[in-house]
Design a protein around this ligand. Structure first.
Ligand code: IMP
Ligand code: MG
Length: 335
């Protein structure tokens, strides 16, 4: 099933599964009409496009398709300076909108985040998302409509998005982080300050559950996490380097901890997200012979067995498989 009226894309582990890459592939291959970003500035989606690397904290990954309208939902939390900087960098000024009711994350929130021993202990990104959301919950937050620099971008994202879905346009709702960082379903208290599941992504965009036609859940071929909290099967940094799994965070530059793929956690994530299709990224980092392969039958047998085990355990088809950094280094088994 190619991208259909309303697709949600969510992360299955602790974020950094490669959602940015999958989004850019869908935007280039399927052509998206609308891409709606949720979440906040703590998440960085890495996208390689025309030889350039982007680490996007605010602009939706669908920007690579120049016809795609880009939106930031009412449930999102906007960092104004970062937003304006990325709009400039990606050249999307004339096709991006921000919901008037999105809340604003300010410098003071970052200062509060960094000054809190408790938050430091959780290994937050330091952007201040927790304090910004606390303020929203207290109902004292500044909203997008209160910020003069955002005036040219203001829109009603929920209405625009629902109209687009009604008109049969291709809409992608873009989540951030992963299920195990969810405030509700993750490894509390070592989580982020919001729910990160597919339902929450819909809620932040303002799209009802009956409108969603597809939920793409993204897993990486091994598991990583930044910050503190449990990571079953964690290996040492030395071992991660040896296996080619060692990564640093796109947003903060911190070391990512790593562990082998967990089928048990994958099952949980597929269930709670109601996944209809799975994407598995960076297969070439576990099976190096897969580098750049774009046809399933060309994968070595061990790699195919790994993919088939994920399907057996989750009961969901793995239809998109990443085999390299470029947006088009991907095996597409849809249809
Ligand atoms: P906060 O979201 O900055 O409050 O950080 C809470 C936890 O979520 C920390 O463990 C962070 O490392 C983690 N986290 C937040 N955003 C991301 C992300 O985009 N990728 C991976 N981990 C993240
Ligand atoms: Mg990331």
């Amino acid at each position: 099933m190619k991208t259909v009226p309303c697709t949600v894309i969510a992360g299955g582990f602790w974020g950094d599964e490669g959602k940015g890459k999958v989004i850019s592939y869908l935007a280039l291959r399927d052509k998206l009409d609308f891409c709606v970003r949720t979440g906040s500035v703590n998440a960085a989606h890495t996208i390689w496009f025309e030889g350039k690397r982007y680490a996007l904290h605010m602009v939706p990954g669908g920007f690579v398709d120049e016809k795609c309208r880009l939106l930031v939902g009412a449930g999102a939390n906007v960092h104004v300076a970062q937003f304006l900087k990325e709009v400039e960098e990606t050249g999307v000024k004339n096709r991006i909108g921000v919901d008037s009711q999105a809340s604003i994350i300010e410098e003071k929130h970052s200062a509060q985040d960094k000054a809190s021993e408790h938050l430091k202990g959780l290994g937050t990104t330091g952007w201040g998302v927790g304090p910004a959301i606390e303020e929203r919950v207290r109902r004292t937050a500044k909203l997008a409509k209160d910020v003069p620099e955002l005036k040219p971008y203001l829109t009603d994202v929920a209405m625009e998005t629902n109209q687009a879905i009604g008109a049969g346009k291709k809409v992608l709702l873009e989540g951030t982080q992963g299920l195990l960082l969810s405030l509700f379903h993750g490894t509390y208290p070592y989580v982020t300050s919001r729910d990160t599941s597919a339902s929450a992504i819909c809620s932040e965009a303002g799209v009802g559950p009956t409108k969603v036609t597809q939920v793409i859940l993204v897993f990486k071929s091994f598991v990583t996490r930044v910050g503190t909290g449990p990571l079953p099967g964690e290996i040492s940094k030395e071992e991660a380097i040896k296996r080619g799994w060692f990564e640093t965070a796109a947003g903060t530059g911190r070391d990512r901890r790593s562990a082998p793929f967990s089928f048990e956690l994958a099952r949980k994530a597929a269930t709670i997200n109601g996944a209809t299709l799975l994407a598995v990224t960076k297969l070439d980092r576990v099976f190096p012979e897969c580098q750049g392969v774009r046809a399933y039958r060309q994968l070595p047998i061990e790699a195919r067995q790994f993919i088939e085990r994920i399907e057996d355990e989750t009961k969901v088809q793995v239809s998109l498989i990443g085999t390299g950094p470029d947006a088009l280094d991907l095996i597409d088994r849809r249809d």
